[in-house]
Design a protein around this ligand. Structure first.
Ligand code: URA
Length: 235
């Protein structure tokens, strides 16, 4: 396949993932409704328990306006986890991350190197509830939601974490450098390999595929991710 054909795989289509299953089987007394309440490592045994708590969580004000808390989708033991920024309107309505145009592009990018949410990838966000007008999450909102993200990472146990955009990078690595400076670099965090990559929304705003363009750089990065996964699998 030529480089041009491979990059054209990054164009989005209209396929949609299926909605999450919902359960009401959980202990409401254990829900941490305030950011001052700690959520220690090991609190949750399953992602479904996290989902149940998040849908009743008021650790920050975003809980007041949500339709659904957005936890994650993809393979529950995926070797690659992708962390985005925050749910948008489509995600809030469906209770699933990356189901709008950004998500469709993300799926295409993964597919271009033979990765999919059916097998190798699990997708989540820095925060679980939609900020008003899709504004950037505040540091307080990210801090309140971080224990859920850490528990998700612990349970999925990915070898590789891809951080899409500066908010995801700040949330996990605390690194405030711009994404253009650090994208494509492998960084070790808590025994896992992390790579900051561009957010798909940024690629939608910058559609050029010229050498050196954001889309072209993403193509380099996703190939490096595929190579690294192959290397880890063969160890
Ligand atoms: N953008 C994100 O960062 N996350 C989503 O879930 C959707 C769009």
């Amino acid at each position: 396949m030529s480089n041009h054909e491979q990059l054209s795989l990054f164009d989005f289509n209209n396929s949609e993932p299926s909605p999450p299953s919902v359960s009401s089987n959980f202990n409401r007394d254990l829900i941490p409704t305030d950011a001052k309440i700690e959520i220690p490592v090991g609190t949750y045994q399953t992602l479904e328990e996290i989902s149940n708590h998040c849908n009743h969580c008021y650790r920050c004000e975003l809980g007041q306006n949500r339709t659904h808390a957005v936890i994650g989708r993809g393979h529950l033991q995926a070797p690659i986890m992708i962390v985005g920024e925050a749910p948008g309107q489509n995600e809030d309505e469906q209770g699933l991350p990356f189901v709008g145009r950004s998500g469709q592009l993300l799926e295409k990018i993964l597919e271009s190197v033979g990765l999919s949410t059916d097998q190798e990838v699990y997708i989540s966000n820095a925060i679980r509830c939609r900020p008003p007008n899709n504004r950037t999450p505040t540091p307080q909102e990210m801090e309140a939601c971080k224990p859920y993200l850490l528990e998700q990472i612990r349970l999925v146990n990915p070898k590789i974490i891809l951080l899409t955009g500066a908010t995801a990078v700040k949330s996990i690595l605390g690194d405030k450098r711009g994404i253009t400076k650090i994208r494509g670099q492998w960084m070790e965090w808590e025994g896992r390999l992390c790579m900051p990559i561009f957010h798909p929304a940024y690629l939608l705003r910058n559609p050029s595929r010229e050498t050196g363009s954001p889309k072209w750089l993403m193509w380099q990065d996703i190939q490096a991710v595929r190579d690294k996964l192959n290397e880890l699998i063969s160890l």
